[in-house]
Ligand binder design. Sequence first.
Ligand code: KIV
Length: 330
Amino acid sequence: IMKNTVTTFQAMKDKGEKISMLTAYDYSTAKLEDAAGINGILVGDSLGNVVLGYDTTIPVTVEDMIHHGAAVARGAKNSLVVVDMPFLSYQTSVYDAVVNAGKIMKETQCDCVKLEGGKSVCPQIKAITDASIPVMAHLGLTPQSVNAFGGFKVQGKTVEAAQQLIEDAKAVEEAGAFAVVLECVPAKLARKVTEALHIPTIGIGAGEGCDGQFLVYADMLSMFSDFTPKFVRSFANVGEIMSQAFKDYDAAVKDSSFPAQEHTFKIADEVLDKLYYCWINKSDIFDLKIVLVWDARACLKNHSSNLHTPICGIFCLHSVAVAHYAALIQ
Ligand code: KIV
């Protein structure tokens, strides 16, 4: 398998091959997605909802994105790794946008960044692209604008909004974006946008007319239960499997069926015997100083463990501790 790059994505659109994308926020998930042949992995700011438990993506910081982005980049060898620019890391100025995109790319070693918006962020898209950092654009339901939208709603339903979406899509392509995400856009409109653009469109809730598809991995595995958008298909009920496994583990711990013999590590009986000797002598060391007592061989059994190494110890003949020990082992 070859490393997916921005040119791979363009070639796939040009050949009419569909592009698969999923989100991931950690190393292990990224490794699994990468091995499954997923073309692109987005470290989405949806980590605010899925991983950090916020209601929106608004509180997510550049540091959050870097922390998770770097973990994903370490796990993804072939997938294109895209890291989201979080709220207010690029809207404030072109300068901020380039600095933050550069920081994200340097510190995560991702392949590109994604940001939300159309015409209004085109200067940022151009400047970041000019700095050789590829940009994925994001139109339609852009969750960082939830407060401006007045909720999470399908976008582009009126003539004006549909026209605006097409214009924004052309504008981000013109500004240098290598791909554009269309989120919660009517399927027929998304198909029109896809046909109008040279660069690939990746749809999430935008129908099969897009060049590729996105899903939040925790949604498609039914692991995230706060809400499930209409466009999600559950590919496996991993949430249910996890929940059952947690219950089984809890029961196994409580009835002592876990851990079993095969989950434990061994220690030589002789070491334990010596430890036991130190223990009853209230001594930190196994004292080899005084007298060899070769006949002090014994099967040492006590209430907590079965020790059966012959004891060939060296004991002080006159000590109370030895008398105590001798009594115990005889
Ligand atoms: O943050 C995110 O996960 C996203 C995708 C779902 C497109 O932006």
